[in-house]
Ligand binder design. Sequence first.
Ligand SMILES: Cc1cc2nc3c(=O)[nH]c(=O)nc-3n(C[C@H](O)[C@H](O)[C@H](O)COP(=O)(O)OP(=O)(O)OC[C@H]3O[C@@H](n4cnc5c(N)ncnc54)[C@H](O)[C@@H]3O)c2cc1C
Length: 388
Amino acid sequence: MSRTRTAIVVGGGIAGPVAALALRRAGIEATVHESHTGTADGIGGGLGVAPNGRAALGLVGLDRIGAPMNAIVLQNHKGRVIAEIRQPMQFSWRSDLYRRLYDLAREHDVQVHHGHRLVDVRESGTGIRAVFADGTTSEEADVLIGADGLRSTVRRLIDPAAPRPRYSGLLGFGARVDGAGLLLTGDRMYMAFGRRAFFGYQTFDDGTGVWFANLPHPYLTWKEVGQTSNEEWLRRLGEAFAQDSVPALDLLRRTRPEELITTGPMEDVPHVPQWHRGRMVLVGDSAHATSPSSGQGVSLAAESAVELARALRDLPHPEAFAAYEGCRRARVERVIAQAARTNSGKAAGPVGRVVRDALLPLFARLATPEKSAWQYDHRIRWDDPVAA
Ligand SMILES: Cc1cc2nc3c(=O)[nH]c(=O)nc-3n(C[C@H](O)[C@H](O)[C@H](O)COP(=O)(O)OP(=O)(O)OC[C@H]3O[C@@H](n4cnc5c(N)ncnc54)[C@H](O)[C@@H]3O)c2cc1C
């Protein structure tokens, strides 16, 4: 079996451009095919980028991301601080990170085609082609990488019985606000367990701020969330935080309806049994979607994209896919499981709330840098050869 020379990358979100850049570094030519007709500028809310993710993004040439978020201060519904967890994260708007990666990919001559929604593939003895919704096909390549997110089509093409996303019971909302007159948080993200919903906020040196809310709610698709007006969602969020002594109401009041960002249902996929088949392989949320509560979605996607490129640099694709899965699966599934436990605390009922508030200070004391080193200190050794 010969070395991989060309790759089709399906999905131009975060994992897609990182994979294309890392493949280029590995000497493999990659072309990105994105379903949306335009770019994703200005779309999405805020994200955490962890040191492990920053290191992976650094390997494809991206440095200086976002603003420092060096601690999480946890509050209860009365505004009392119940724990402070040190963690060396960066906060970034998803659209800023996306634009930086997009520009970097273009600078490195990665072709990004928009309006190419993959619906099928054609595999032959010599290669694979992507088939798009408009009936056109891509050029043939050696491998096809599914970086097509939570509702991946490539995942379904690899395994029609692949599991569907699992709903956490929470809908996500947020906004960028003018920080004038707000309590300055410094490099800390404040997160409050309200009586009925979860709230987070941080202000930055440039005079702006961000808030987000996780609202327990029966499942709604992203589209269904959009069928209720932003005014109404702001009203419902105000109602959810009305009994709490946290700055939620002030921040909601500062948010004009057109500024509200709805991030939709918070979902994950705890276990994707098959990450690859034939010439197809998954990377990012298509393989290991974690709910936003992990603060690791982008970071794990970047790590996986770089590790996949490294494996394809050194091994023929069947062995490369197996080596890649072998070094990634346990790590990503551990992060997904941890985030799912966090989500259950956010949606706790009255009894669960009392238990959670009593136990959190203890958990915070146990959350030492040594305990979280497996997540944050992970570094990819790009130059080391990958063994089958
Ligand atoms: C527009 C957008 C906004 C987001 N905002 C947030 C946010 O505010 N907070 C947060 O925590 N996470 C957000 N996410 C998710 C977050 O980016 C991912 O969880 C994480 O970065 C992993 O990246 P990914 O590249 O694997 O998946 P994604 O970032 O979801 O990217 C997948 C890409 O594949 C494309 N795609 C999907 N199906 C096909 C297909 N059949 N053919 C071709 N292309 C396809 C999508 O349009 C998308 O651009 C957002 C995702 C998107 C797409």
